[in-house]
Design a protein around this ligand. Structure first.
Ligand code: URA
Length: 206
């Protein structure tokens, strides 16, 4: 935990001064991400908006308020999970991230995930979904966990979309309800496949 916190902090400091794409010239502050360095669940959004860019914190605007509610609905809060974005700097006027910007930012996200090693990754919206499920439609695959590169990934609608469309609000709430059980399943499977310690075998034989 301590080592993970140190590694994430060091990454955050590098991200804060990252010069790798043109967004570095227009950002107020980069938004590396925040939360539990040893989180079971990592949420990946799209990119910082106005408030995030001002505060250097992810999901602090209206969509973030809804994300807080969604977390509370499953008994969690921001400190339990890790929250970050596909791109770490705000695109001007909140336009969609460009492919080159996503590509330039990709190593930061990969390094963060490599440090945290979450049990479950939740993608929020289509830009983070594409990282794991290229060419798929969110309307078809939302809420359906799938193992990708050894990690369980659940694509979900972006909370901002749910704010604009009431029916999606219910959908994303239902999808969130699956998360605690999914984390438990992954943990149980990992324990099943862990090699039994010789001491434990001896105890069983006694
Ligand atoms: N939307 C995102 O995708 N990320 C944020 O950090 C805020 C809003």
């Amino acid at each position: 935990m301590e080592d993970q916190a140190i590694a994430l902090k060091a990454l955050g400091e590098q991200i804060a001064v990252c010069p790798k794409c043109a967004l570095s010239k227009t950002r107020t502050r980069a938004v590396p991400g925040e939360g539990n360095p040893d989180a079971d669940i990592v949420f990946i959004g799209e990119g910082p908006g106005f408030h995030e860019d001002q505060q250097a914190r992810p999901f602090v605007g209206a969509a973030g308020k809804f994300l807080d509610e969604l977390l509370a609905s499953i008994g969690l809060n921001r400190k339990d999970v890790y929250i970050c974005n596909v791109i770490k700097c705000r695109p001007p006027n909140n336009r969609d991230p460009l492919p080159g910007e996503i590509e330039a930012c990709k190593p930061w996200l990969e390094e963060q995930l490599g440090v945290i090693k979450p049990k479950v990754i939740v993608t929020l919206g289509r830009f983070s979904m594409t990282r794991y499920f290229a060419g798929q439609a969110i309307s078809r695959i939302h809420g359906q966990p799938r193992r990708v590169e050894g990690v369980m990934v659940v694509p979900m609608y972006h909370p901002a979309a749910a704010l604009h469309q009431a029916s999606l609000r219910r959908t994303i709430m239902e999808d969130f309800k699956k998360l605690p059980g999914l984390v438990q399943d992954v943990l149980a499977k990992e324990q099943e496949s862990e090699p039994v310690e010789p001491e434990a075998v001896q105890m069983q034989l006694l």
